[in-house]
Ligand binder design. Structure first.
Ligand SMILES: Nc1ncnc2c1ncn2[C@@H]1O[C@H](COP(=O)(O)OP(=O)(O)OP(=O)(O)O)[C@@H](O)[C@H]1O
Ligand SMILES: [Mg+2]
Length: 357
């Protein structure tokens, strides 16, 4: 559980110090007051990226300031600090040891985040859904993480030999290892989807009961080919024309379909919000089922493009999971939803300052 968050010189926030306990924490206030910045600070610390997926942190340092810091105290893992000085590399520190790698922080501070760009899980490119699938593997399967890094290195080498126009013999020298590693990633992604599926079904049943959503893992190469190494051999000529490896585990896709059509084409905006919420909350339930405790839940602009029943259902799922949640919303929606969260606190954010109600 997070116990305290301190932010210095991040965007509109000059200094904020907020304490937390169990339950749901609401942040409301005018546009531009710093609501998103508060919860995004935790996302930055855990993942190294903004909600928009950007890793460049200098634009986030308050104008005219030389650096920023985010410090989080966790009941089990102690203190974590992210320091960023303009123009220098960022620095991640844990109170019990020296500098940490971003992956270590991400593992200790698992997050399920829903924000304005979350519809990209439905509308965006395949990489967004691949990351969605790999999130669970990242948190539970160290070997998978190593194998996917290994795969990325091998792929880079094969692509370099294609680009340089090296003879077939040299390009194909990567195929066996790359093929085997790709098969490994495929198997683990399929297994993971199977274990995630009951939780997805539960959340879809609650949030999108009128649609039957099909979720299909496509490994990134034809199922008609017996294995990936053989598939590489069959597509070598196309790869030569393209100048890169066009098939493989790096092209895996999690296809989302309703009534045999792509969800992105068939669903309304609000239905897409519900679908992406269901998929994210399924991760929350899956993680809790496996580890015995839920990840921290960050919900930005809660209620946007959702009808009241959708918002209520989502809050019910979060509350029932026992997750600690930080939620930003408008004054109006706060009044709508506050009564649906039994254990809560409310903060008002104004010109980058946070006041408890
Ligand atoms: N480097 C910076 N220095 C100072 N202020 C900045 C910087 N970058 C962004 N800002 C300002 O910080 C504010 C962003 O705050 P934030 O996105 O947290 O607001 P919010 O309360 O979530 O607003 P909304 O209701 O619109 O979602 C904006 O007013 C923005 O102009
Ligand atoms: Mg905001």
């Amino acid at each position: 559980m997070i116990e305290r968050l301190r932010i210095e010189r991040l965007r509109v926030i000059r200094y904020a110090d907020v304490r937390f306990n169990r339950g749901i924490y609401w942040f409301h206030g005018p546009n531009g007051s710093g609501k998103t910045t508060i919860i995004e600070a935790i996302h930055l610390l855990s993942t190294g990226r903004t909600f928009a997926g950007k890793a460049e942190l200098d634009p986030l340092i308050q104008d005219g300031q030389a650096g920023m810091s985010i410090r989080l105290d966790h009941s089990e893992h102690g203190g974590f600090t992210l320091h960023k000085v303009r123009g220098e590399d960022k620095h991640l520190i844990r109170s019990t040891q020296d500098t940490m790698k971003q992956n270590e922080v991400a593992r200790l501070l698992p997050l399920v985040t829903v924000h304005a760009q979350s519809h990209l899980l439905i509308d965006g490119p395949a990489v967004v859904r691949r990351r969605y699938l790999d999130w669970g593997l990242f948190h539970t399967n160290e070997a998978f993480v190593q194998q996917s890094q290994h795969y990325a290195r091998l792929l880079k080498q094969r692509n370099a030999s294609l680009r340089q126009g090296l003879p077939d013999r040299l390009v194909r020298s990567w195929d066996e290892l790359l093929g085997e590693t790709g098969e490994y990633l495929k198997m683990h992604r399929e297994n993971h989807l199977r274990s995630l599926k009951p939780h997805i079904d539960q959340c879809l049943q609650a949030l999108l009961p009128e649609w039957k959503v099909e979720i299909i893992h496509r490994p990134g190469w034809s199922r008609l080919t017996e294995d990936l190494t053989t598939a590489f051999a069959k597509t070598l000529e196309q790869d030569r024309v393209r100048g890169y490896t066009g098939i493989g585990a790096h092209r895996a896709e999690l296809a989302l379909q309703v009534g045999g059509k792509a969800a992105r084409e068939r669903l309304s905006r609000g239905e897409k919000r519900r679908l992406s919420l269901a998929l994210r909350l399924a991760q929350l339930l899956w993680y809790k089922h496996l580890k015995g405790y839920p990840p921290l839940c960050l919900l930005d602009d809660f209620g946007m493009e959702l009808d009241e029943s959708g918002g209520r259902t989502a809050l019910d799922i979060v509350s029932a999971s026992g997750a600690q949640a930080l939620v930003t919303t408008t004054e109006h929606l706060l009044q709508t939803y506050l009564s649906y969260t039994p254990v809560k606190a409310v903060f008002h954010v104004k010109h980058g300052e946070v006041q408890i109600h």
